[in-house]
Design a protein around this ligand. Structure first.
Ligand SMILES: [Fe+2]
Length: 194
């Protein structure tokens, strides 16, 4: 079966198990739960080069997220672009820890929402999970996973805390996808069928 757009995530056939530099230091104070990092400081040069080549893209930014054990998200959010506050369509994520944690996606409500800023300065909009309808979920684990970020999403952990690493490629020879359908088409050759 070909990967279709009727999913809110796809596994990418690229390995992230060995991506982190040996000398990268995890934030000690995890209370903010979100950091914008220099990819060259956190990721091994060889892995970063391989990603750029396989994705045919630059990787100018890396977001790092932390969620404690037994965490329940009562709100779901969509990510927005800093430049124009339009929805950010996708990210490529992988986890350390977070055994049996879930990223869950919901239908996007039509009601307008105010733009908010995370402690890392990234814009987003959010809704109470209780008002939303779930459409998909993923236990991301250590696999590099292509996730939808323009549809409300929320994180739930079980009894292990969760580090999430998230790269946001910028394409070299084409414009950025403006829809999930377009993003899926861009990565079609790298997606593993579910
Ligand atoms: Fe997000």
């Amino acid at each position: 079966m070909n990967p279709t757009v009727e999913h809110w995530y796809h596994i990418i056939g690229l390995n992230a198990r060995d991506a982190l530099r040996d000398d990268w230091k995890f934030p000690v104070d995890v209370s903010t739960g979100i950091w914008r990092c220099d990819p060259t400081v956190a990721l091994k040069p060889l892995w970063l080069e391989l990603m750029k080549e396989r994705l045919n893209a630059e990787i100018p930014s890396l977001m790092v997220f932390h969620k404690p054990a037994n965490f329940t998200n009562h709100v779901a959010h969509i990510d927005l672009l800093t430049s124009n506050y339009k929805p950010r369509i996708f990210a490529l994520n992988w986890l350390l820890g977070g055994l049996h944690s879930e990223m869950r996606w919901y239908k996007t409500p039509t009601k307008p929402k105010t733009v908010l800023l995370t402690p890392a300065g990234t814009p987003y909009k959010q809704w109470p999970v209780s008002e939303l309808t779930q459409v998909d979920s993923c236990d991301i684990g250590a696999n590099l996973t292509f996730v939808r970020t323009d549809s409300p999403h929320a994180i739930f952990t079980q009894n292990e805390s969760r580090w999430c690493f998230s790269i946001r490629p910028v394409f070299k020879n084409r414009s950025q996808p403006t829809t999930w359908e377009d993003a899926v088409a861009t990565f079609q050759h790298l997606l593993i069928s579910r």
